[in-house]
Design a protein around this ligand. Structure first.
Ligand code: FE2
Length: 297
């Protein structure tokens, strides 16, 4: 369920869209509160940028602002539309109020990998003051064209093994994987197959979502094809990965993804198919709380 949450900011009062998802995993011994945000598309400029770099940041900011940033004092004389950075900061304020056990950032943290963007992202995450897992999006890719410093900061954000990483907690695992190239690798498929054999419950984090029932129509209506893992025309690993998750929905308790820039899965009963939730961009004021408990209350 998605509800409006009022937040006071230095620019006025705004509304955030907050979803709450409940997951039951018997035997975990305690309750957890996680928060998912996605697609921050950070684009900043600083004095070290060239004119071209500054122009790129301005262009990116204008584009994402046009996609619907948070509005403060809506309908009043002093109505104010936040910049994407201000909007991301407003969500950070809400996260600090919630004080979750961990924050999941499901990709496109930066709009493009410049040093100012990466440093801003690093400080943003640090200011959340909690543990986090960050999966790369197609805008955050590690590549050989980056400077040593840019690669260093990006690697720090993504951790040592962004391709496939397991965070084990008592009674369940959080698995994060890099599907930003829209391809599931042999290693990722193999490790997921092996992990599922352990029967340990999984919360799966990825950037590009799976072709799940709740996402199919809304995403196709907005974007058309080629946006989700497992579509007909994709490689066999993608289709095998989708089937693996479909066949093990008793183990994979939830898939959390971004990329498609719309929230899906929140108002579904998930009676059939993969239990997946995609997030709207953070700068539009979307936040998802995931409560994991021993049993439903
Ligand atoms: Fe994105």
């Amino acid at each position: 369920m998605i509800r409006d949450i009022e937040l006071k900011t230095s620019k006025g009062v705004c509304m955030l869209k907050e979803s709450e998802v409940n997951i039951s995993i018997p035997g975990i011994g305690r309750n957890y509160t996680f928060v998912q945000i996605s697609d921050l598309h950070i684009a900043v400029r600083d004095e070290s940028d060239s004119d071209a770099g500054k122009g790129r940041a301005e262009k990116s900011e204008a584009f994402w602002r046009s996609q619907g940033c948070i509005v403060c004092n809506k309908g009043l004389a002093d109505e104010y539309i936040m910049s994407p950075l201000e909007a991301n900061n407003a969500v950070a304020k809400r996260i600090r109020q919630i004080s979750p056990d961990m924050v999941f950032l499901t990709g496109d943290i930066v709009d493009y990998t410049s040093l100012p963007n990466l440093l801003w992202a690093r400080q943003y995450i640090k200011d959340l003051s909690c543990e986090y897992i960050c999966v790369p999006g197609n805008h955050d890719t590690l590549n050989k064209n980056l400077s040593d410093k840019e690669n260093e900061v990006l690697s720090e954000l993504l951790g040592n093994t962004p391709e496939f990483c397991i965070c084990s907690l008592k009674g369940f695992d959080i698995i994060s994987l890099d599907d930003s190239s829209l391809k599931i690798s042999d290693m990722q498929l193999c490790r997921m197959q092996e992990h599922i054999k352990s029967k340990r419950p999984i919360i799966l984090l990825m950037h590009v979502p799976l072709l799940a029932p709740a996402a199919r129509d809304p995403v196709f209506n907005k974007w058309g094809q080629n946006w989700m893992i497992g579509e007909e025309q994709q490689c066999k690993n993608n289709r095998a990965f989708l089937k693996l998750i479909e066949d093990n929905r008793d183990i994979v308790k939830a898939v959390l993804a971004g990329h498609v820039h719309i929230a899906t899965g929140d108002d579904e009963n998930h009676a059939t198919g993969i239990v997946q939730y995609t997030a709207a961009p953070c700068f539009t004021g979307f936040i998802r709380i995931i409560k994991v408990s021993d049993k439903f209350e």
